[in-house]
Design a protein around this ligand. Structure first.
Ligand code: PEP
Length: 267
C-alpha cells in the first residue's frame, strides 16, 4: 500500500513529450492498463495520469472511455487565448471537451525553446482552471542557480509569479512540479534530500502567500530522471507527493513500477 500520511493522494504523471503517434499511444495505454490491472492497482491510492501529444488525445479518450480505464490524461500545453485567430494554438475549452483532467503549464522545455514567461504560465494556469482542468505548474532552477546556491529562491520566485492571479482556493487544488532543469532527460537526479529541500520551500512559500489550508492540500511533484531505481526514496520525503516522469513514462514496465513505488526497495 502507498504509505503517505499527508492525506494528499500521490500522483504519477507521465509526460510523453513529442513521442508516439495516435496508434502507438493506444498500444501504450492498453499495455499500461493491463499491467496495472494485473497488479490490482488501486487508482484511488495512487493516481496515474498520462500526457500524450495533442494529436493522440482523442484516441486515448476513446480507449479510456470505452474500456473504463481509470487512468487520467491531459495535455502538455494550452493556449492563453479562448479562441480565434491564433494559428497553431489549442484552447482550454477544446481540451476540456476531450476529457482532459490536467494540463502541464510552464514545462522547462517550453520556457527554454518557446520563450514562455512566468506571466504566460500564470495565464495558462488560470485558463485551465476556468475550464475545469487542473494545471500542473512546472518550476525549476538551471545549473547556474544550483551552483550559486540560489536554487530555492529562484524556484519560489517562479512559483509566486507563475501562480499570479490565482485564489487560495484555486492554489489548493493545483499541482506544482519541481523539476530542476539540469536533471531533466540527463540521467542526473536530485538526491531525495535536495528535492525535498525545494519542495518543502515551495510549500512554505504557498503557506506564506495563500495560507495553511492551500499549503496542506497543494500537491508538489518532483521531476527529473525519475526511474524505478530512485522513485521509492524520493517518495519517502514528506513534501514530495508524486513524480512528473518523462523518458521512463514511455516504457510500460518502468512507468507501471513507478506508479507502484511502494513495492520497490528504497535504494
Ligand atoms: C519531464 O519531461 O518533465 C522529465 C522530468 O523528463 P525525464 O524524466 O526524462 O527527466
Amino acid at each position: 500500500m502507498a504509505d503517505k500520511t499527508s492525506g494528499r493522494t500521490p500522483l504519477m504523471a507521465g509526460n510523453w513529450k513529442m513521442n508516439l503517434n495516435h496508434q502507438e499511444a493506444v498500444v501504450l495505454v492498453q499495455k499500461l492498463a493491463w499491467t496495472l490491472a494485473d497488479k490490482r492497482h488501486d487508482y484511488s491510492a495512487v493516481e496515474v495520469a498520462i500526457f500524450p501529444p495533442y494529436t493522440d488525445i482523442r484516441s486515448v479518450q476513446t480507449l479510456i472511455d470505452a474500456d473504463r480505464i481509470p487512468i487520467k490524461y491531459g495535455a502538455q500545453n494550452v493556449s492563453t487565448r479562448e479562441n480565434g485567430a491564433y494559428t497553431g494554438e489549442v484552447s482550454a475549452s477544446m481540451l476540456a471537451k476531450l476529457g482532459c483532467s490536467y494540463v502541464i503549464v510552464g514545462h522547462s522545455e517550453r520556457r527554454e525553446h518557446y520563450g514562455e514567461t512566468d506571466e504566460w504560465v500564470a495565464l495558462k494556469a488560470k485558463i485551465a482552471l476556468k475550464h475545469g482542468m487542473t494545471p500542473i505548474v512546472c518550476v525549476g532552477e538551471g545549473l547556474a542557480q544550483r551552483r550559486e546556491g540560489n536554487h530555492l529562491g529562484f524556484c519560489t520566485d517562479q512559483v509566486d509569479r507563475s501562480l499570479g492571479g490565482l485564489t487560495a482556493t484555486e492554489v489548493a487544488g493545483i499541482v506544482i512540479a519541481y523539476e530542476p532543469v539540469w536533471a531533466i532527460g540527463t540521467g542526473e537526479t536530485a538526491t531525495p534530500q535536495d528535492a525535498e529541500e525545494v519542495c518543502a520551500g515551495i510549500r512554505q512559500q504557498i503557506e506564506t502567500s495563500y495560507g495553511g489550508p492551500a499549503a496542506d492540500s497543494v500537491r508538489i511533484l518532483y521531476g527529473g530522471s525519475v526511474k524505478p531505481n530512485n522513485v521509492a526514496a524520493l517518495m519517502t520525503e514528506p513534501d514530495i507527493d508524486g513524480a512528473l516522469v518523462g523518458g521512463a513514462s514511455l516504457h510500460v514496465d518502468d512507468f507501471a513500477a513507478i506508479c507502484r513505488y511502494y513495492d520497490l526497495p528504497v535504494l
